[in-house]
Design a protein around this ligand. Structure first.
Ligand code: HEC
Ligand code: HEC
Ligand code: HEC
Ligand code: HEC
Length: 209
């Protein structure tokens, strides 16, 4: 009896995971495996790569990212500011906090699924942005036509969900987030960038300079 219900739970989560894999347009699994976001070695879950960040059940809703599975504890970050910027960066919203749940260096990498960290360590070195974001490109603010006009050196976004008509550079609820420049699932362009930054092409997707 116990065995059968375990099997049906497994079968059910298999279907949900399959659905997760089938929904995206990209072949996510193929591109995460072997990258720095392949944390399957520490998940102890038969080579599962998604589970360090997503779960089919009991997800954390505070992070906004679909079916999020990684704990986050920091609440106050030091924000970017400058005399020329027209935007007002806010405290990181769920989309950027999802990345920061590992990259602020305050939560163990293997603290997913409510699991107590097994001492697999905190992120370190250049990949640790820390909780001081004043030296990082601003995130978590609305990027729209009004900001482009006020700034004078920005491309006006094609829509509230993408900067460019080709939909390579997404906005999240109209906001610029870490994932506007990065795709955590795809390391084709190194540094998980949405597009190659050769010739500063990524920067010039948004900046008219
Ligand atoms: C290192 C963390 C990380 C890993 C590992 C990861 N994801 Fe994600 N995923 C994210 C983040 C962050 C977002 C939200 C930003 C976005 O949409 O790109 C997201 C969004 C998604 C979305 C919704 C938006 C979209 O792009 O379609 C799906 C579906 C998804 N992930 C599936 C998967 C699957 C399947 C795997 C395993 C093969 C996986 N992810 C592994 C971080 C991760
Ligand atoms: C579950 C933990 C986790 C989450 C969530 C996560 N990362 Fe990472 N990321 C890592 C680890 C571990 C590394 C490797 C760090 C190292 O090399 O020391 C890494 C490396 C990177 C690198 C450097 C890649 C390289 O080739 O050097 C980038 C860029 C990056 N992550 C961006 C992101 C962004 C953007 C998000 C959110 C969309 C995100 N990460 C979410 C764990 C995570
Ligand atoms: C405006 C675009 C943009 C935004 C927004 C952005 N990044 Fe990046 N990020 C880049 C680029 C470009 C690189 C590669 C830098 C290089 O080649 O030296 C990079 C590199 C990184 C690296 C690797 C650092 C290293 O030296 O190993 C990490 C980790 C990272 N980003 C995480 C994040 C996180 C987390 C966020 C959100 C808080 C974020 N990024 C927001 C453009 C961006
Ligand atoms: C997704 C769009 C996007 C991308 C890609 C992008 N930026 Fe930005 N960047 C912005 C927006 C929007 C602002 C906020 C401008 C403001 O507040 O007036 C900004 C702000 C800045 C600022 C601060 C401006 C100030 O007045 O303080 C600098 C510098 C900058 N970006 C450089 C870069 C570089 C370099 C790259 C490439 C590595 C890059 N950006 C990629 C959209 C982007």
């Amino acid at each position: 009896m116990k065995n059968t219900s375990l099997q049906s739970v497994r079968a059910l989560s298999g279907i949900v995971l399959l659905a997760l894999v089938l929904v995206p347009r990209r072949s996510e699994a193929a591109s995460i495996v072997g990258t720095k976001h392949d944390l399957s070695a520490m998940t102890n879950s038969a080579g599962q790569v998604c589970i360090a960040c997503h779960t089919p059940h009991n997800a954390q809703t505070a992070q906004l990212v679909p079916l999020w599975n990684h704990s986050s504890t920091a609440t106050t970050f030091t924000l970017y500011s400058s005399v020329t910027a027209k935007s007002t960066p806010g405290q990181p919203t769920g989309y950027s906090k999802a990345c920061l749940s590992c990259h602020d260096g305050t939560v163990a990498l293997d603290s997913f699924g409510g699991k107590a960290p097994a001492g697999a360590g905190m992120i370190a070195g250049a990949a640790k942005l820390g909780t001081d974001l004043s030296d990082d490109h601003p995130v978590s603010f609305t990027y729209d036509g009004a900001l482009a006009t006020a700034n004078g050196g920005l491309v006006s976004p094609a829509s509230t969900s993408h900067v460019d008509a080709a939909k390579t550079i997404p906005l999240f609820n109209g906001k610029l987030e870490c994932s506007s420049c990065h795709d955590a699932h795809d390391n084709t362009h190194t540094n998980f960038l949405r597009k190659s930054n050769a010739g500063s092409a990524l920067c010039l997707s948004c900046h008219n300079k």
